[in-house]
Design a binder for this molecule. Sequence first.
Ligand code: UDP
Length: 386
Amino acid sequence: MHKKILILMSDTGGGHRAAAQAISEAIHHLCPDQYEVVIEDIWIDHTRWPLNRLPNAYPWLSDTGARWWLLIWNVSKRRRLRHGVLRTANLLVQRKIVRLLHELQPDIVVSVHPAMTYLAARWVERARINAPFYTVVTDMVTVHPAWVHPGVTGCIVSTPPAREQAIAHGISPEKVAVCGQPVGLKFARLAGEKQQLRQQLGMDMTRPAILIVGGGEGIGRVYDIARAVAQRVPQAQLVIVAGRNKELKQQLESVVWEIPAHIHGFVNNMPELMGAADILITKGGPGTISEAFIAGLPVIISGYIPGQEAGNVQYVLENKAGAYAAEPAEIAALVQGWLAPDNETLPRMKQNAARLARPYASLEIARHICGLTDSIPAYTKSSSGV
Ligand code: UDP
């Protein structure tokens, strides 16, 4: 009989769903036909108004309203206050979610969202389902205390600095494992296939390709950056991902571009786009940055969500795997410099990015969650089936 794994997430940004899907894919790869994985957006699909509307505020909070976000992020570090707010919200949701747990009867529960850790531990207890409960921290470096609950079975983090922070927030060290960021296996499979990918995607085969992404929500100065690159780097081509930001997509589509420009809304082929690109310009999202490491893409970070993404910028810079520049003109100048003949920055950063890459992190995570103690079956491009 299949065992059932329930992954709790919510669509604030694109990273939590991408992480849940990567873990699910890895579980199926490691243990074919042994597990059923159910991914549930708890806030949107299983709570009532007004709680189910809160995720809608995230694109604004993480972009134009970033000052408010930082305030919430800092204030919610206070444990008593945070737990008080969560317990109050729980009055509106607990019954429904405990019922969901009874219906699903999961054998293992996993959370990939910080707003779920404390409450999910209570829901699992209240439902008396006796399932191990794991948290997978999707913030690469900066761990907010909301991610950490001492009672979980295990807490999985991306990097050694994240482990130190989790321990500082009160979980015992033996419960914290460093596995890397959960990223789809396809990123590793498609790395190094640039020419075929460009052909498939209808891209120019010779122009250097600059990929611009603003996370799942298409936030930041994507438009201004794209315009600056188009005007100052005439030898390039652009691939621009507007994510769920429809207004941005329309704005980009209304431009008569000076250089070839491929404009997308929310894409499901990020591994292909990264595999075909030469440079990535992105906000400091942990998912996108980890994917870029695997794809061997030097990164220009153009901004970051205050609080949880600040550490990612520092991590990239300390490891010399990219650069930070906030002004579109400055970003375009960096790109132009990196593409100059004989400039050695790109190959050097590519190497440094590759050192940080953990292409099989999702398999490591799946191994922890499924309690596999033997070594991971070798993952090769041909065995991936993805
Ligand atoms: N993503 C995607 N399609 C898009 C835009 C983004 O699949 O059109 C994915 C991206 O590959 C990454 C995630 O969404 O896996 C974004 O996560 P990140 O942590 O970088 O930022 P967030 O959007 O969560 O703030």
